[in-house]
Design a protein around this ligand. Structure first.
Ligand SMILES: [Zn+2]
Length: 375
């Protein structure tokens, strides 16, 4: 249990898989890796399908450059840090680079970071965690070593692995990372059937919006739209990058959500999709995702593959109960944020098919002003 006050900074840390190591509590290599992680936090929700790698360059105990990868096709964190050093009039020759993930060694849309670090004369590279991408997987470290660069790995390794877990999952399974968020009353209920309930206090709403911002797609069930008529927009206060968008996905298998629902209204940068199993009447401005039927709904696994193909690395499922149950019972949830109010929602208790905890990578519960986070 912890008594974390849900400031914007704490909300962002929790939404990105934290809490993260605090540089102020650390010294030596761990302190600079914690700073690199902090850089990386600025790329969450922006860099997919790439990992939001953070990097700081350090010489004589001082940070001379820092960078983060914020958009696929743009330079990676290492190159951004080298450019930052140059902009500050600093020479990276002989410096140490702290990188949350092993530098790449392949020619993708940008040149390999290993080459950029070698050419800049960086003397030592400290890596949080190895990149399991088969095109890297230790190859970046080997190239650096073969050019006489001192390499160390595993500094804050657990935190860096947790930070890059969504990317690792995508590399290993082809699926995006799935976070489930549910707000329940003290009675374990979502509220009376067919009625809107607001039991979540404002500071927890802040975390809810941070979770949206950290995701590239937001998925809700048809009943949530019918009961609450939400727009599902981005209301996180910090400014966003121009290319930033989280897609809105409504599970509306047979097209029952009326065309007047607010979610279908166009929102700049936030496309809206309708997941369907048949050919309902088209809606203007809404793209249909045709999925195979499964049970009384769509194949959720298929939905995740479709989203991955669109470059989505992180998916947020906001409910309701049926959709949450579907994702949980199929073992498709990686992280579960359960907000439990101290007020009853006055409806039937929601019985969730929660798998044994080892299936979930992480679980967080907010209850009467206290947080619990399990990993
Ligand atoms: Zn790279």
């Amino acid at each position: 249990m912890s008594d974390l006050e849900l400031t914007a900074e704490v909300a962002w840390a929790l939404a990105t898989g934290g809490p993260w190591p605090d540089p102020a509590d650390l010294d030596g290599d761990a302190r600079f890796m914690a700073l690199a992680l902090r850089e990386g936090l600025n790329g969450v929700g922006l860099a997919s399908p790439n990992p939001p790698v953070g990097c700081v360059l350090v010489r004589a105990g001082l940070v001379i450059g820092s960078g983060v990868h914020t958009r696929a096709g743009d330079p990676h964190g290492e190159v951004m840090a080298l450019r930052d050093a140059e902009a500050r009039g600093e020479d990276p020759k002989g410096s140490t680079a702290f990188v949350t993930l092993e530098p790449c060694c392949h020619h993708g849309r940008t040149g390999p970071c290993t080459l950029a670090l070698i050419q800049a004369g960086v003397a030592r590279v400290v890596v949080g965690v190895r990149d399991p991408n088969p095109r890297v997987d230790g190859g970046g470290l080997a190239i650096l070593r073969s050019h006489g660069v001192v390499v160390e790995e595993g500094v804050l390794g657990e935190a860096c692995a947790r930070f890059h877990a969504p990317f690792f999952k995508h590399i290993r399974t082809g699926l995006p990372w799935v976070t489930l968020k549910l707000a329940l009353g003290s009675d374990g209920s979502l509220g009376p059937a067919g009625q809107t309930t607001q039991v979540t206090p404002p500071e927890v709403q802040r975390l809810a919006h941070a979770l949206r911002r950290a995701s590239e797609a937001l998925v809700v069930g048809r009943h949530t739209i019918e009961v609450d008529d939400p727009q599902l927009t981005d209301r996180w206060p910090a400014p966003t990058a121009p290319h930033r968008s989280f897609a809105r996905v409504v599970m509306d298998e047979t097209g029952l959500v009326p065309p007047t629902a607010r979610v279908w209204a166009p929102v700049a940068g936030q496309p809206v999709f309708r997941a369907v199993t048949n050919e309902p009447t088209p809606l203007r401005g809404v793209e249909d995702l045709h999925l195979p039927p499964e049970g009384r709904g769509c194949s959720l696994r298929h939905l995740l593959y479709e989203l991955a193909a669109m470059g989505v690395g992180r998916v947020l499922v906001e409910g309701g109960g049926t959709l949450a149950g579907g994702f949980l019972s199929q073992g498709l949830v990686d992280e579960f944020h359960r907000f439990q109010s101290d007020l009853p929602a006055c409806g039937p208790e929601l019985i969730l098919p929660i798998p044994t905890t080892w299936c979930l990578q992480a679980s967080a519960r907010w209850s009467t002003g206290r947080w619990e986070v399990w990993r």
